[in-house]
Design a protein around this ligand. Structure first.
Ligand SMILES: [Cu+2]
Length: 168
């Protein structure tokens, strides 16, 4: 009887995590519209190449494969939360970056600490803005495939999402 109960419980939990926005309901955080692009340094267009060239730490990896992840984080809770880190198996390091314009040059910087998601607010990681940088891919990103990401929030804890890889 005990094993049957555990079995049903397991099924129930996996069913919850198959929902597209697999959030922690008590925290109010949901993650939606998760997608990725491969970024090949030597194949990037001028704009991106300048951004990457200006980027500390990427210059030394000329020719290595990187990727980006874009996503939307909603906080329906009454308290602010913070995205602390991102983990994935497909690269050596995943960092939260922000692209900004400085003196008409596109710059990309790792954010200083963590990314705040205000109470009742939405933060969109999108091209030319916040993004998750996948540095030194250990496997190639193939359009149509999905990669697994683990997002760690200060209050909501771990939220696992799948990111759809789009074509460049
Ligand atoms: Cu970046």
């Amino acid at each position: 009887m005990n094993s049957l109960v555990r079995c049903w419980c397991g099924l129930f939990l996996s069913a919850i995590c198959l929902l597209p926005a697999c959030g922690n309901s008590s925290s109010g955080i949901t993650v939606e519209d998760v997608w990725s692009l491969p970024v090949q340094i030597h194949k990037m267009d001028g704009e991106m190449a300048r951004a990457m060239g200006a980027h500390e730490g990427h210059g030394g990896h000329h020719g290595s494969s990187n990727g980006v992840v874009y996503l939307t984080i909603r906080n329906k809770g009454s308290e602010a939360d913070r995205l602390l880190s991102v983990l994935t198996d497909v690269c050596e390091v995943a960092e939260i970056h922000r692209t900004t314009m400085e003196d008409e040059t596109m710059m990309m910087k790792k954010i200083e600490s963590s990314l705040e998601i205000p109470a009742g607010g939405t933060v969109v990681l999108k091209p030319r803005d916040y993004h998750v940088m996948l540095i030194e891919l250990t496997q190639s990103l193939v359009a149509g495939d999905e990669i697994a990401l683990e997002l760690y929030f200060e209050r909501a804890g771990l939220i696992k999402v799948a990111s759809e890889i789009r074509a460049l």
